[in-house]
Ligand binder design. Structure first.
Ligand code: KIV
Length: 270
């Protein structure tokens, strides 16, 4: 299977082919998502919540992102691997944004980077692109602005904020991003943006009219009891893991596992 690149992803919008993206944080999961034909794997800073158990994404470091992107890249034979710039790694200066993007590519083996924010990020985006690194944008509910938003809240629900986000999307497109994540905004607003820009929009809680969709893999596989409105469950992995582990615990305690069929034997005992 041919390795996908950002040109392939941009072509998909032109050819009206929906794009799939899922989050991955480790090699095993990345290999499975890749084998299933997922177009892009995002090593999102949601790892802060999913892998490390934090309440927000704010504590993820560049080192965390690099290490997990390395692991995912090892498993991605065909999917495009996108590393996420964590909170604090690109906001201070465009120079720092470039330096940290280079690290994500050079050390983490990312093939593109994602950063949150709108027109205030244009200079950084242009400089990252100058370094030869493709950039994915992210507008709407940008979780790194958790405290500014007062929590995880649907964005762009007024006429004014809808107009604002549309202009932000146009500014990011002009800056040269190859794709744009739209998170938790009304579907009507996402549709308008998708029609107004030539690069693919990738929605999460942004309705059916985006050019592609992304979900946090652990959400769609049902690892958690909590489920946001926009998450469709494609499996109930938590229930299966619980059953399997309860059975294992029972069998070990009752001396059922392992029996001799799961044991090595001395050559002489044959
Ligand atoms: O960090 C992440 O996983 C994300 C997706 C939810 C889009 O930004």
């Amino acid at each position: 299977m041919k390795k996908k690149n950002v040109i392939d992803i941009m072509e998909m919008k032109k050819n009206n082919i929906k794009i799939t993206m899922l989050t991955a944080y480790d090699h095993v999961m990345a290999s499975i998502l890749d084998e299933a034909g997922t177009d892009m794997l995002l090593v999102g800073d949601t790892m802060g919540m999913v892998v490390f158990g934090h309440q927000t994404t704010l504590k993820v470091t560049l080192e965390d992102s690099i290490r997990h992107t390395q692991a995912v890249a090892q498993g991605a034979k065909s999917a495009l691997v996108i590393g996420d710039l964590p909170f604090g790694t690109f906001q201070v200066s465009p120079e720092e944004a470039v330096r940290n993007s280079v690290k994500l590519v050079q050390e983490g083996n990312a093939e593109a980077i994602k950063l949150e924010g709108g027109s205030e990020r244009v200079t950084s985006i242009e400089k990252i692109l100058d370094a030869g690194i493709p950039v994915m944008g992210h507008l709407g509910l940008t979780p790194q602005s958790y405290h500014k938003f007062g929590g995880f809240k649907v964005q762009a629900r007024s006429e004014e904020s809808a107009r604002f986000i549309l202009n932000e999307a146009k500014a990011l497109e002009k800056a040269g991003i190859f794709a744009l994540v739209l998170e938790a905004i009304p579907w009507e607003v996402a549709k308008k943006i998708t029609e107004a820009i030539s690069i693919p929009t990738i929605g999460i809680g942004a309705g059916p009219y985006c050019d592609g969709q992304v979900l946090v893999t652990y959400d769609m596989l049902g690892y958690f009891d909590f489920k946001a409105k926009f998450v469709k469950r494609y499996a109930n992995i938590k229930d299966q893991i619980l059953l399997a582990v309860q059975q294992y615990n029972k069998e070990v305690r009752e001396k059922v596992f392992p029996d001799l069929t799961f044991s090595y034997e001395m050559p002489s005992s044959k």
